[in-house]
Design a protein around this ligand. Structure first.
Ligand code: EPU
Length: 428
């Protein structure tokens, strides 16, 4: 097993470069299924989730070649399969993003149902209902959804709540459908906009990106394109908060500050000094103890659920009392019990965590249960006095490129240790 050993209490300084966004890379790579020919995708982050999706694309018949550091060449001219097997989907639920493109291009898809995950039930009913409205015949059998349609037809689709991958899946499907599709109450996340811009380049008529109503004019055929993945706003936000947890002064480079507006407003309210430092660069500095602020997660442009666990670390040692409310996923407080092992004073009441700031956290062995919880525990380790051992690194490696190396380069005392067996307690 592997774990991170973090000796806390060392402030950070220097410049950290943000990688391409995981949640933009996954739909963009899936979109290469929509057209035959050579795609060139740049700034692809080297992450476990991306590796799983590439494995799936290869199984479907996509040719994938490396093109220098973080560049990929993909060719889906000759698709050989329309099936996404359970073994890959269960490891990475965003594999469901191949459903829309496959049924749109091949008229047929068989995709394993992802099941629940650590942070919530996470159904995919919006994806399925949307495809049905577009004329696909769906059947659920042996844990798979099978979708068939000679050619999808445009439809008017309403999301009960905005869904990121739901919007992406249906937007991709609509690009090859006959006629116009309207997606109402669609997701506005920058990753959805990035995908939409790529689909436009490919020849689809798309308007309303970044608003709640996206209109897609389908075409018979799309063309392959070049695309550069946008920087990861969640990774950038995590490093802003790392400065808040450990103290010090950092420059975050290769980021898009507008994507972090709400996050920056909250962090400034908590007392961090944050300013733009040239194109694509933000400077962050911590002075003194942070102030408690309330946080409520919301779809974009609200405060992202993917940064809820990380900001809780800051609130755990802030001046007073804060209420952190999670409105997107019903079970995204698994990190609370681990933070309490480090001495945090947190009580969960329904969808809210009431966090009373303590003066210090103290290092201990902790267990990561999901991707963002793992980043939260790393930040807590930087803030804590003494040594924190973070287990469950398979979660961290799904979504953060070389986080331990990036933090070490900023002065953190952090190292990855490989060891046989469990280090401290039974975590099964
Ligand atoms: N929902 C449904 N039915 C559906 C789809 C969604 O009820 O068919 C509900 C969900 O249960 C949730 C809400 O709608 O309550 C929003 O979920 P959404 O569909 O937007 O989540 P997602 O598309 O599965 C993406 C990100 C997540 C991120 C969420 C919210 C990707 C690959 N994943 O998930 O990222 O938390 O949007 O912003 O884009 C992460 O990176 O750690 C991560 C979990």
């Amino acid at each position: 097993m592997e774990y991170l050993e973090i000796k806390g209490g060392r402030s950070l300084s220097g410049t950290v470069r943000i990688s391409g966004a995981k949640n933009a890379a996954l739909p963009i790579l899936s979109a290469t299924l929509l057209a035959g020919g050579g795609f060139e995708i740049d700034q692809v982050p080297d992450l476990q989730d991306v590796r799983i999706l590439l494995r799936l694309l290869k199984e479907l018949g996509v040719e994938v070649k490396d093109k220098g550091p973080s560049g990929l060449l993909l060719d889906s001219e000759k698709l050989e399969s329309f099936e996404a097997p359970y073994d890959l989907v269960r490891r990475m639920r965003a594999s469901v993003l191949v459903l829309g493109p496959l049924v749109a291009r091949l008229g047929r898809a068989r995709v394993s149902l992802p099941g629940g995950c650590a942070i919530g039930a996470r159904p995919i009913d919006f994806h399925l209902k949307g495809l049905e409205l577009m004329g696909a015949k769906l059947e659920i059998r042996e844990g798979f959804v099978e979708a068939r349609a000679k050619r999808l037809i445009g439809a008017h689709i309403y999301f009960d709540v905005p869904s990121v991958t739901g919007t992406e899946n249906l937007m991709m499907a609509a690009c090859l459908a006959k006629g116009k599709t309207v997606l109402e109450n669609a997701a506005k996340e920058p990753e959805v906009v990035a995908l939409g811009e790529m689909l436009r380049e490919m020849g689809a008529g798309i308007s309303g990106l970044g608003t709640g109503t996206i209109v897609v004019e389908g075409s018979r055929e799309l063309r392959p394109v070049y695309c550069k993945i946008i920087p990861d706003r969640i990774e950038a936000g995590t490093y802003l908060m790392a400065a808040g947890a450990a103290g010090g002064e950092l420059v975050i480079e290769n980021c898009i500050p507008e994507h972090l507006e709400t996050v920056i407003i909250k962090l400034k309210a908590a007392g961090l000094k944050i300013k733009e430092a040239g194109p694509g660069r933000i400077k962050v500095k911590k002075r003194g103890r942070l102030k408690s602020v309330d946080v409520k997660t919301q779809p974009y442009p609200g405060f992202p659920t993917d940064l809820q666990a990380q900001i809780m670390v800051l609130m755990a040692t802030a001046g007073k009392l804060s209420v952190v409310t999670e409105t997107i996923f019903e079970n995204r407080f698994m990190h609370v019990a681990e933070l309490k092992r480090l001495g945090a004073d947190i009580r969960v009441e329904g969808r809210s965590a009431i966090v009373r700031g303590v003066k210090y956290l103290y290092g201990a062995p902790v267990m990561a249960t999901d991707l963002r919880a793992s980043a939260c525990l790393v930040l807590a380790g930087l803030a804590a006095r003494g040594t924190t051992l973070v287990q469950g690194l398979e979660h961290l490696d799904r979504g953060y490129e070389k986080m331990d190396e990036k933090l070490a380069a900023l002065g953190a005392r952090i190292r990855r240790v490989r060891q046989k067996g469990d280090i401290s307690r039974d975590c099964t």
